[in-house]
Design a protein around this ligand. Structure first.
Ligand code: ADP
Ligand code: MG
Length: 234
């Protein structure tokens, strides 16, 4: 897969395959193309060449078929992106009602179970702004799960959070990983990577520089770029 922003070759021959149930952690310096990669997987960003395939099906470039297949990809961003004027419950039920065609009562029931799973069922009737950052991010995870995605993408889901809230979000993600969800996670949280990742990909300047198990990567990075990066964040 290749992508340019004008002169900038932001994704250079990126070739990635994520297996069913695999947890892939993407790590790398700021500006290396991690967010663009996430957005490209979801076609929130166009690519110049390459295909994106989910469960053996090519993601079409546009149109109705894209909307349908896009719902196979759950996305959680650094900024929680909840609908500010809808309650927590409505944030979670909106997609299932509109896209999956669920009846309101069924959507509510499923949403409450998901909110319970991420530990915020008691906040269901509040507006997002009334919740802490960690709670909002857990609602965002529940909202993504409500679409029954085949893969979940997380783009630095804890980097906008106060330190004391990071764990509660990572715990939910570790749990999801244990339950067998296929996940692509952009994060610098070593603890999460060691606990949950099957594989780490290190990106720099739009390229995949290194691919390894978390154990290998964090204890014995091969490339100079990765060594340099890790010496700055550890
Ligand atoms: P990361 O998430 O690894 O920090 P990004 O994918 O956000 O990196 O950005 C990769 C590079 O692409 C950066 O140099 C950034 O400035 C550039 N970039 C990102 N989005 C755009 C855009 N919409 N237009 C032009 N350049 C962009
Ligand atoms: Mg980014």
């Amino acid at each position: 897969m290749n992508k340019h922003f004008g002169e900038l070759h932001v994704l250079q021959d990126i070739n990635l395959e994520v297996a069913h149930g695999e947890v892939l952690v993407v790590i790398g310096p700021s500006g290396s193309g991690k967010s663009t990669l996430c957005r490209a997987i979801n076609r929130l960003e166009t690519v110049d060449s390459g295909t994106i395939r989910i469960d053996g099906v090519d993601l079409p470039a546009e149109g109705r078929a894209l909307a349908q297949l896009r719902s196979d990809v759950g996305m959680v961003f650094q900024s929680f992106n909840l609908f500010a004027h809808k309650t927590v419950l409505q944030n979670v039920t909106l997609g299932p009602i509109k896209v999956r065609g669920l009846k309101v009562a069924d959507a509510n029931e499923e949403a409450m179970a998901l909110l319970d799973r991420v530990g915020v069922a008691n906040q269901a009737d509040k507006l997002p702004a009334q919740l802490s950052g960690g709670q909002q991010q857990r609602v965002a995870i529940a909202r993504a799960l409500a679409m029954h995605p085949k893969v979940m993408l997380f783009d630095e889901p804890t980097s906008a959070l106060d330190p004391e809230m990071i764990t509660e979000v990572l715990d939910v993600m570790v749990q999801l990983a244990k339950e067998g969800m296929t996940m692509v996670v952009v994060t610098h949280e070593m603890g999460f990577a060691r606990k949950a990742a099957d594989r780490v990909v290190f990106m720099a300047d739009g390229q995949i520089v290194e691919e390894a198990t978390p154990e290998e990567f964090f204890t014995n990075p091969r490339s100079e770029r990765a060594q340099d990066f890790l010496s700055k964040i550890l």
